[in-house]
Design a protein around this ligand. Sequence first.
Ligand code: PRP
Length: 186
Amino acid sequence: MTDPTLRVLLSAGQIRERIAELGKQITVDYPGETLQLICILKGACFFLADLARAIERDIRVDFMGISSYGKGKTSSGEVRVTKDLDISLEDSHVLVVEDIVDSGVTLNYLIHLLEQRRPKSIRIAALLDKPDRRLRPVHVSYVGFKIPDEFVVGFGLDYAEKYRNLNDICVLEEPVKAPAAAETVI
Ligand code: PRP
């Protein structure tokens, strides 16, 4: 099925190859270590599933839910944990797995939060990075692709919960815009 509003930015093959490279790099960087992967729900679970299988080390997986306010507008920096981890991070090598870093508000907050749990080390792997959108500093150790400031969907990324199951990452050319409150005709 072709959707005229979607333009492929990164094909399934490109994504597969890049994740395999990231897995090899992570394998080299953690010799003989157990690695605790933390998947940030929901979008990153697709990336996590492939990345985890590309890392040839003993790994553990846990999930965290985060919700941020003011996203895409002025960033208030207010972030809320909607689902916390089931495990302790003390003395663990932690790799936070994200689908995309945009303003950096989510990860900037999250890294400070997780550092308080005294992991042995903490790094970030993000499939996509939009550096032009950054409002808060975030150091991403493993970046799949740097992409321009376009609205992307697929491979876990959604628009109103749609498109997460696309194999490619696509630019959504004509997102249906909800009318702003000020535009409402009474
Ligand atoms: C996305 C993404 C990050 C965050 C990045 O999540 O997974 O968590 O936004 O944005 P930021 O750098 O501007 O903080 P989203 O809120 O879309 O949730 P989802 O993964 O459940 O779709």
